[in-house]
Design a protein around this ligand. Structure first.
Ligand code: ZN
Length: 142
């Protein structure tokens, strides 16, 4: 908060502000940095320069803070998404592996059944053959 030198109205936020590092050093040590801002009076529209108190935070810093917060949120969201996707991929890979095992087992079952049927068909053919021989080579059977 600074007062307008023209009309005395309080101006809350600087239009622009920056940090000043004094070049001169005192005998006792460094002069601390301070911030200077350009203010625009909302009442008389006059622009003036003033030192900004360290407690009041300029609008720009707030915006940057909001931005940083937003970027952090987005990054956390992305991390969450990546974690979810990784878990999903893991689950799907496990499922795929177990399905492949199941398919392999079913294939084996089907193969052994096909083999058994083949054997049965072969046996039935031989039975027919021997029956035909028993009937004296007669091709026509009623
Ligand atoms: Zn003013």
């Amino acid at each position: 908060m600074v007062d307008c030198p023209n009309c005395g109205t309080e101006v809350a936020v600087a239009v622009k502000c920056w940090t000043v590092s004094p070049a001169k050093h005192t005998a006792t040590g460094d002069i601390p940095e301070f911030r200077v801002g350009i203010f625009k009076c909302p009442k008389c529209k006059s622009k003036f320069r003033s030192r900004v108190s360290s407690t009041s935070k300029p609008a720009e810093t707030k915006n940057v803070k909001n931005l940083v917060e937003k970027v952090k949120e987005i990054r956390e969201g992305l991390t969450q998404t990546l974690r979810t996707l990784r878990e999903k991929i893991n689950t799907l890979e496990t499922e795929r592996a177990s399905l492949l095992v199941e398919i392999e087992q079913l294939k084996k079952v089907a193969e052994s059944r096909a083999n058994a049927l083949e054997g049965e068909v072969k046996q039935l053919r031989e039975e027919i053959k021997s029956l035909k021989e028993l009937l004296g080579g007669n091709e026509e059977i009623d």
